[in-house]
Design a protein around this ligand. Structure first.
Ligand SMILES: NC(=O)c1ccc[n+]([C@@H]2O[C@H](COP(=O)([O-])OP(=O)(O)OC[C@H]3O[C@@H](n4cnc5c(N)ncnc54)[C@H](O)[C@@H]3O)[C@@H](O)[C@H]2O)c1
Length: 358
């Protein structure tokens, strides 16, 4: 059986959802966006896809499930409406703007009995899978420290648009990029109990908008009369009840020569440690075997396009959840957990001290 998928939000990632749904054998049956040309553009690409005139229209149609790929502020209203209309939901990251909204979405999912899966696509990257296999087999022992870095030199997305407007996005690279790696580390290590966080966010590059130097930009040229009131860099330190600590660095812009700092995830375990770029070509696991210090380089499973692989796995899991009732591992609780860390880091930055997670 294949089911009928609706797409809410037909921008950059909405189109990736539609294409991945098609590759997975689903029917892209309907869509909706605030911008009519985006609705029409996507509808014309998929046979039988109906471009709807409102979100209510789409949710009243016979789609079985929807992908929610709108700006962050609208995640809660779209996800709750979809669940209340009896649709399964694949919800983009970040789950919402804050923990209270995550709770609203989780409650709606519980009431409806429908599947809620989060778009934590990095979990399905070939490198992540390789590391997870070794961790689950006990090869790392206790993982006591993790470090994740997501540095962009000049990569503010859609400067002046919704990404850089706090009321629309909830924040900058912490909620946009940090969300991916915070989730990934908790998923891989099994440390699910963040207790305290200390962090600092900075905003140094996007204002005034006309002075921002860059070579390219996600989602079009800067909007010169737009808003930039979010951070463009974050550094944070998180303590877990398990004893693990986690260091996070993420920038949309920084005066950092290319290649000086590796972008990726480092895990330090008692028996083994590793470093990998999430969509990189290899993983190095540093360990000891037969009385020697050795590096292991597991081969990857999958095709050449690591991002497509990860997206395909995300959809395979969503389909398994919808068709067979298998609970997705990227569930509402994991989205809420990441959001609670993000909220604590913003709070810590404001208070200039370590804070407890609520
Ligand atoms: N998984 C990933 O790797 C990844 C990557 C980029 C973005 N994202 C997430 O995907 C979401 C969309 O990001 P994007 O880069 O596609 O942005 P985008 O600006 O390209 O697209 C967002 C679209 O949503 C539409 N929209 C906004 N509010 C709406 C509403 N209430 N109803 C219908 N349409 C609405 C806009 O008109 C726009 O077309 C964000 O939450 C972002 O964090 C995920």
């Amino acid at each position: 059986m294949t089911f009928r998928m609706g797409i809410i939000g037909c921008g950059a990632i909405g189109n990736v959802h539609a294409e991945t749904a098609r590759r997975a054998g689903l029917t892209v049956a309907g869509n909706w966006d605030l911008l009519p040309d985006r609705v029409a553009g996507m509808a014309s690409k998929y046979e039988g896809c109906i471009g709807h005139a409102s979100v209510d229209d789409l949710l009243a149609s016979d789609v079985d499930a929807v992908a929610v790929a709108v700006s962050n502020r609208c995640h809660v209203e779209c996800a709750v409406a979809a669940l209340e209309a009896g649709k399964h939901v694949l919800l983009e990251k970040p789950m919402a703007m804050n923990v209270a909204q995550c709770d609203e979405i989780i409650a709606a999912a519980e009431r409806s009995g429908k599947i809620l899966q989060l778009g934590f696509v990095c979990r399905g990257a070939p490198a992540s899978l390789a590391v997870k296999d070794f961790i689950d087999a006990g090869r790392f022992g206790e993982i006591y420290h993790a470090k994740c870095s997501f540095y962009r030199r000049r990569g503010i997305p859609g400067l002046g648009g919704w990404f850089t407007t706090k009321a629309e996005s909830g924040g900058g690279p912490l909620i946009d990029l940090g969300v991916h790696v915070l989730d990934l580390v908790m998923y891989l290590t099994g440390s699910h109990d963040p207790v305290r966080a200390s962090g600092q966010v900075v905003s140094k590059f996007g204002s005034p908008i006309k002075d921002y130097l860059f070579t390219d930009m996600w989602s079009g040229p800067p909007k010169l009369d737009g808003i930039f009131d979010v951070e463009d860099g974050v550094t944070a330190f998180i303590r877990f009840g398990s004893g693990m600590t986690l260091e996070l660095n993420a920038t949309w812009a920084a005066n950092l020569p290319e290649g000086v700092h590796a972008n990726g995830v480092t895990l330090l375990g008692e028996k083994a440690g590793c470093f990998f770029e999430v969509f990189g070509d290899d993983v190095t696991i540093a360990t000891e075997e037969e009385g020697r210090i050795v590096d292991l380089n597991p081969h990857f499973v999958g095709g050449d396009n690591k991002k497509d692989d990860a997206w395909d796995r995300q959809y395979a899991q969503f389909i398994d959840a919808v068709e067979n009732g298998v609970t997705p591992h990227a569930d509402g609780a994991s989205g809420r957990r990441v959001q609670s860390i993000i909220e604590a880091i913003y709070e810590s930055s404001e208070a200039k001290r370590e804070v407890e997670l609520h």
